[in-house]
Write a protein that binds this ligand. Structure first.
Ligand SMILES: *Cc1c(COP(=O)(O)O)cnc(C)c1O
Length: 444
């Protein structure tokens, strides 16, 4: 169809990105340092970013994009926030790493425990992967049990025992979801469909020892799934999960690496009023620097070395730059108590308008949105779990993604990722996004 849009950026030149991608592929596997950045989910070639400011990314060719990826979650206040930059610079002037404890870490741990009351103790690490991997080791060390339960289609980083995919929505014994993961590492991971409480109950009924004691050390969930696209919990699901795990002395781990300080100030646990035994944080808590954390019940957390026998360590854990950035970001969020309500309103408006633009163009979409997270699934049915998410027309999503990218709007380059709105996305920025979406939908 002839494209009548007059958006100035629709015929972008990306020769700079193209040249960098060719060079990158010669020295970095697939040309990227994390797979989804390579655009395999939408086709085409990645945009190489030169800088970012507020709601915008600028690529190596000087093109500007309205950014709905936000570094995959951390940038809830927009890019290059001046107060966060100043905090990082100030910290750097006193040295970049000591490998010894600092006052800053104490202040930050106190702040995190205050903001997320289920965390009575917290340990800082450098990535979400480290947080979930360590929380699971701790759960196994604390309970003396081996099995863990994860949700089909949920992502908890790339630790071996969590890189497990199920063949179907039914609960099955784990099979490795990546080459290089041994059957041994995967065999103690059980998977079950999201929002399917009866299936979870069956799993608990099946996995008991000869005394009838559960063999499940922990259930780990994203309390709002974000890594199959945004899929919130059904009403009552998290509460029921909490009762079930408690009844079996199994630990409930909320992986709030994405949802912490995203869906609400205290995370999904504050929003739904459910207290997990352990919580994993990352992304937003690092203010855009490599920082993550896991924490929870004091009696469980005190099992970590050097207090207890469960080993976990890190050369750069509690890095002063990362802690300074994270602390400033959380302080800024604390100072704006109405921010989350505003983000919820603007994101609901944006999502509903995008959905109606696509529907007007004859394209079936399902909008899932919670707070400033949303996904437009290119399918007509409700999306409640991974198997319904997979019914989306990913090829069509890819066409829409590129039609928007060519008009200066950067969505996550995969149907199965959540998009994020930041505090820097003003009404004018949202309107510009919708104008681009009208032209993009028209061109499909
Ligand atoms: C991003 C993410 C992780 C992994 O965090 P990294 O810092 O990339 O290792 C784990 N869990 C969830 C829910 C995530 O969204």
């Amino acid at each position: 169809m002839h494209d009548t849009s007059s958006s100035p950026s629709q015929n972008q030149k990306r020769s700079g990105s193209h040249a960098l991608f060719l060079r990158a592929r010669a020295v970095i596997p697939g040309g990227v340092n994390s797979p989804v950045r390579a655009f395999r989910g939408v086709g085409g070639e990645p945009v190489f970013v030169a800088r970012a400011q507020g709601p915008y990314l600028f690529d190596s060719d000087g093109n500007r994009y309205i950014d709905y990826v936000g570094s995959w979650g951390p940038m809830i206040l927009g890019h290059a926030h001046p107060e966060i930059l100043a905090a990082i610079v100030e910290a750097a002037q006193s040295g970049t790493s000591f490998g010894a404890p600092t006052e800053r870490e104490v202040l930050f741990a106190e702040l995190l425990c205050r903001c997320v009351p289920s965390m009575q103790r917290v340990r800082l690490v450098s990535s979400g992967t480290e947080a979930t991997m360590s929380a699971l080791r701790l759960a196994r060390g604390f309970t003396g049990r081996h099995k863990i339960v994860k949700i089909d289609g949920a992502y908890h980083g790339h630790a071996d025992s969590l890189l497990v995919a199920a063949g179907s929505g039914a609960a099955t014994l784990g099979i490795p979801g990546s080459a290089g993961v041994t059957p041994g590492a995967a065999q103690d991971t059980l998977t079950v469909s999201w929002n399917d409480l009866p299936a979870m109950q069956r799993l608990f009924a099946e996995h008991r020892d000869e005394n009838g004691t559960s063999t499940i050390a922990a259930v780990i969930v994203e309390p709002v799934c974000g890594n199959m696209g945004c899929v919130p919990p059904q009403p009552g699901y998290l509460q029921a999960l909490s009762q079930l795990t408690r009844a079996h002395d199994t630990l409930l781990i909320f992986d709030e690496v994405m949802t912490g300080f995203r869906v609400a100030f205290g995370g999904a646990q504050a929003l739904y009023g459910v207290e997990p035994d352990l919580t994993c944080l990352g992304k937003i808590v690092g203010g855009g620097l490599p920082l993550a954390a896991y924490g929870g019940r004091a009696d469980v957390m005190e099992r970590i070395a050097p207090s207890g026998p469960v080993y976990q360590a890190g050369t750069l854990s509690g890095n002063p730059l990362a802690v300074a950035a994270g602390m400033k970001q959380i302080e800024l969020l604390m100072r704006q108590p109405d921010l989350y309500a505003r983000l919820e309103r603007t994101t609901a408006h944006l999502g509903q308008e995008l959905a109606s633009i696509l529907r007007s163009a004859g394209i079936a979409v399902t909008l899932n949105q919670l707070g400033s997270m949303f996904t437009l699934f290119f399918c007509g049915e409700p999306v409640l779990d991974y198997s319904s998410a997979k019914r989306s027309d990913a090829a069509r999503f890819g066409h829409f993604f590129h039609a928007l990218l060519n008009r200066g709007v950067y969505l996550p380059p995969s149907q199965f990722e959540a998009a994020f709105v930041s505090a820097a996305h003003s009404d004018a920025v949202l309107d510009e996004t919708l104008d681009a979406a009208r032209a993009a939908a028209h061109s499909l």
